[in-house]
Design a protein around this ligand. Structure first.
Ligand SMILES: Nc1ncnc2c1ncn2[C@@H]1O[C@H](COP(=O)(O)OP(=O)(O)O)[C@@H](O)[C@H]1O
Ligand SMILES: [Mg+2]
Length: 248
């Protein structure tokens, strides 16, 4: 379980101070798929960057299973798979397999484990045919599959994705959705941000709605639908943000 407790994060942008995260608290339950939504600038990326220990909060705490994530970053990172938007982090000159091997090595995996894991991921994502081709000629969908496989090479139990389907075509988005279904069935925890309400409605049991660095709603989708007596997530999000229905 991830617990974010009263976290703030400010950035100094020229002379202005931007409150990216404003006393934000939330819980991500083990084995849940959590969708993160909010307008541009709401603080989604900043939150995800903190969850994966890339940046530290100014105030507040973040714990993973009761331990402060910044006290043992290496341990936390070994449990996390992270993918930020379209930054696939792949090396064009290497083949898909070589890319996966490289990232496996970074995680200190044995060559035996890397081999097995690549085999499993290639099968899962239908990548066998192009595993030994250089990434530079790959379509966006092929790249995205390799990028997702890369985030999973060390078999993390928590995966964080920042806008994984933004800019992808339907086929590639579907690949991502399929992956979520599969990973969820293995009891993994997944947090991803998106602009697409349908992705949340279809894939998530929990939703985090953010607005100006604060939480607008955090919790079960079904509870939200029941509270508002409405199942239209687009409407619910807009009305919460417009009504300023914030609880902090
Ligand atoms: N490195 C940074 N330097 C200055 N301002 C930043 C930085 N990162 C984020 N911000 C600001 O923090 C706010 C939240 O940004 P971000 O987390 O990227 O939002 P989102 O991902 O929801 O679009 C925005 O106002 C953004 O301009
Ligand atoms: Mg963002």
């Amino acid at each position: 379980m991830i617990v974010v407790d009263q976290v703030t994060k400010q950035f100094k942008d020229k002379k202005q101070v931007v409150k990216a995260i404003d006393y934000l608290s939330l819980t991500v339950k083990k084995g849940h798929v959590v969708g993160l939504i909010g307008e541009n600038g709401a603080g989604k990326t900043t939150l995800l960057r903190m969850l994966c220990t890339l940046i530290e909060p100014d105030e507040g705490n973040i714990t993973l299973d009761g331990e402060n994530i910044f006290e043992n970053k290496e341990k936390v990172r070994s449990r996390l798979g992270v993918l930020f938007g379209s930054e696939t982090g792949l090396y064009n000159r290497l083949t898909a397999r070589e890319n996966l091997e490289y990232f496996g090595t970074l995680y200190g995996m044995s060559s035996h484990d890397i081999k097995n894991q690549i085999e499993m991921l290639a099968k899962r994502f239908g990548m066998r045919k192009y595993l030994d081709r250089k990434v530079e000629g790959f379509s966006k969908g092929m790249r995205q599959k390799v990028a997702i496989a890369r985030t999973l090479i060390h078999n993390p139990d928590i995966v964080l994705f920042d806008e994984p389907t933004t800019g992808l075509d339907i086929t590639s988005s579907n690949i991502f959705r399929e992956f979520i279904y599969q990973y969820k069935s293995e009891g993994k925890t997944i947090v991803f941000s998106t602009h697409i309400m349908d992705e949340i409605a279809q894939l998530c049991e929990d939703v985090i709605m953010m607005h100006k660095g604060q939480i607008v709603y955090e919790g079960s989708l079904e509870d939200l639908y029941a509270q508002e007596n409405n199942r239209d997530l687009n409407y619910l999000f807009t009305s919460k943000v417009v009504r300023g229905d914030l609880y902090v």
